[in-house]
Design a protein around this ligand. Structure first.
Ligand SMILES: C[S@@+](CC[C@H](N)C(=O)[O-])C[C@H]1O[C@@H](n2cnc3c(N)ncnc32)[C@H](O)[C@@H]1O
Length: 216
């Protein structure tokens, strides 16, 4: 989907006031972001493909200085409103994650949550994100796992944009991104009956996500 199509999705969700009070996604940050990031000392964070900002807003509320990027201007507009309502400041930017490049800037934390792109584009995003980590900084990437196909779990059904641990691990190539160490790279399971982020519709009991956590 291109930026215009995403704009339409966000606008329709807002207009419908359906599902999650006019939001396309839950207002809650991803549980894995909370679990992974909570032990870290807040610093500079970058949330790529931020959507309407649930993870960026949660990070800002915990003291991180957050830059958040999405190519949907509608999503960024809604994110600004949610941040204002939450009373937090975030540097919101409309930009394409495949090309966005803040010259010379580095971050203590970079999150990329549910950004689904064809492999070459995703590989470029993850490689460039890894290269933008400050020493000791962390990269957290999460997306729908290819093993969901055929299970009825929510998420994309195009296998070419779904994740596998092998794909994400291969994006952290020491030769191209320097001394970045993979701490976790695995398929993790979300129980859709109890997941407050994305309750299931009864089609599947659980969903599988691919998680990468890397440290510079
Ligand atoms: C499934 S949503 C996830 C949003 C957010 N990360 C979250 O977890 O709530 C995917 C987001 O990726 C954005 N996106 C897709 N391709 C992008 C690109 N090339 N550059 C920037 N944003 C992109 C879409 O606009 C959408 O907001």
């Amino acid at each position: 989907m291109d930026a215009t199509e995403w704009d339409t999705r966000y606008r329709l969700a807002r207009e419908a006031q359906a599902g999650q009070a006019g939001r396309l996604w839950s207002a809650l940050p991803a549980q894995i972001v909370q679990d992974t990031v909570s032990p870290f000392t807040p610093g500079r964070a970058l949330d790529l493909a931020t959507g309407d900002g649930r993870n960026a807003i949660w990070l800002a509320g915990r003291g991180w200085a957050v830059t958040a990027v999405d190519f949907s201007a509608e999503a960024i507009g809604q994110a600004r409103e949610h941040a204002a309502a939450a009373g937090v400041a975030v540097d919101w930017q409309v930009g394409d994650a495949t090309t966005w490049d803040p010259a010379g800037e580095t971050f203590d934390l970079i999150t990329v949550m549910y950004l689904h792109l064809p492999e070459p584009a995703l590989r470029g995003v993850v490689e460039r994100a890894a290269a933008r980590l400050s020493p000791g900084g962390h990269l957290v990437v999460l997306g729908h796992d290819r093993a969901n196909l055929g299970t009825g779990a929510p998420g994309p059904t195009n296998r070419d944009i779904l994740y596998t641990p092998e794909l994400l691990r291969s994006c952290i190539d020491p030769a191209s991104v320097g001394a970045v160490r993979v701490m976790r790279c695995e398929t993790i399971r979300r129980d859709l009956a109890t997941d407050p982020e994305a309750p299931g519709d009864g089609g599947a009991a659980f969903a599988l996500d691919t998680l990468l956590v890397a440290e510079a």
